[in-house]
Design a protein around this ligand. Structure first.
Ligand SMILES: C[S@@+](CC[C@H](N)C(=O)[O-])C[C@H]1O[C@@H](n2cnc3c(N)ncnc32)[C@H](O)[C@@H]1O
Length: 342
């Protein structure tokens, strides 16, 4: 999976021309719905900052998994529109390990009108330690669902690992004994899962949380993604797990077709996120859905429009708000895990 998604030349997320997100890509994300997502997150950021942080010294917003940097532009644009005099009080920093993508992001930001006009900067660094700062907010949208995961399956009462092998010259699933590093994750699964049950585990989440927890001495971490708590994730009816492949907005369970041109993803186990975060001293402030998270952020904006006939710009934003928050659209599926260290 790591090669299929991140091989420097052939990986799905490494194609320089890739239009993977949005109408012309393979799947939608909240970012691709439009600038309303960044606008509402900027409201949340300002509220969070007022509530929980010292006003001394600049405050850093760190984003990882930023793809083409659209969310960063939307958040910074909204912060500047809300109050340009606050510029200098916050900094925005993207973590992007691949040099080619860092270069693309820097070029894009050089051209952004709003950044040039206000002399605002979005920094791009190559690792989490480089982004570290005394205080701030970390956020990632659909980063964890793109981490390479391991697939495990139960056969004859024994857990094994489904690895990618070659059969008759073609890529195929092969079942092998569990590698020792996967054993603790499999031992945490419910005991009563039936034979022929297959699912995913993602040890990469645990090691990443150890690292991301070091970004701030004092901070808030918002991990935004689709996923479930363990009792729902590993329910007996999810007998083929949650992994999916996306191409041209079509979902499949065929990772071996069009390798490098297909997204591969699995839902996030938020119970694992919580365990890993608490182990490294972060406080779990809760898991909420996007409907509740963004509707709370939108309240002042919605109240400010009461009794007015919306113009074209406002109508567009209201349509985006509906897509992001309606329970039948993105409102229930996407969740926000909030972590804090005071
Ligand atoms: C599903 S896309 C989401 C893109 C964007 N955040 C959005 O919501 O539209 C996942 C992104 O995470 C990036 N990614 C995966 N692992 C990463 C890592 N370790 N550091 C930074 N970005 C990573 C991928 O390259 C890809 O751009």
């Amino acid at each position: 999976m790591e090669l299929a998604l991140y091989h420097p030349k052939w990986g799905y997320y490494s194609r320089p021309d890739s239009r993977v997100v949005g109408r012309e890509g393979d799947f939608f994300t909240s970012v691709s719905v439009g600038e309303t997502y960044g606008f509402l997150l900027s409201e949340k950021i300002r509220a969070e900052r007022k509530q929980g942080f010292s006003s001394q010294g600049p405050f850093r917003i760190v984003e990882q998994g930023a793809h083409d940097g659209q969310l960063a532009v939307d958040i910074v644009t909204a912060l500047l529109r809300l109050d340009p005099s606050e510029l200098g009080e916050w900094e925005y920093c993207i973590v992007e390990p691949r040099a080619t993508v860092r270069e693309q992001l820097r070029k894009r930001f050089e051209k952004e009108e709003v950044l040039r006009a206000e002399e605002a900067e979005i920094r791009v660094v190559s690792s989490l330690p480089e982004a570290s700062h005394p205080q701030g907010i970390f956020l990632c949208n659909e980063l964890l669902d793109a981490f390479p995961f391991d697939r495990v399956a139960r056969e004859d009462g024994q857990w094994g690992e489904k690895q990618v092998g070659i059969e008759d010259g073609e890529l195929a699933w092969v079942t092998r004994p569990l590698r020792p590093e996967l054993v603790p994750f499999v031992e945490a699964l419910p005991r009563d899962l039936p034979d022929d049950y297959a699912t995913e585990i993602c040890p990469a989440v645990s090691s990443w949380i150890e690292e991301v927890a070091q970004v701030f001495e004092s901070g808030t971490w918002w991990l935004i993604d689709y996923g479930f708590k363990a009792d729902d994730y590993y329910a007996s009816h999810r007998s083929t797990g949650t992994f999916r492949c996306y191409r041209d907005h079509q979902a499949s369970e065929e990772p071996f077709e069009a390798v490098g041109e297909t997204d591969i993803t699995a839902h996030v186990d938020f119970s694992l996120v919580r365990r890993a975060a608490e182990k490294v001293g972060l406080n779990w402030s809760g898991l909420t859905d996007q409907h509740h998270f963004l509707t709370e952020a939108a309240r002042p904006w919605l109240l400010s429009m009461e009794g007015q006939v919306p113009d074209e710009v406002v109508s567009k934003r209201l349509r985006q708000f509906q897509t992001l928050t309606h329970p039948g659209m993105m409102g229930k599926q996407f969740k926000i895990a909030s972590l804090r260290r005071p």
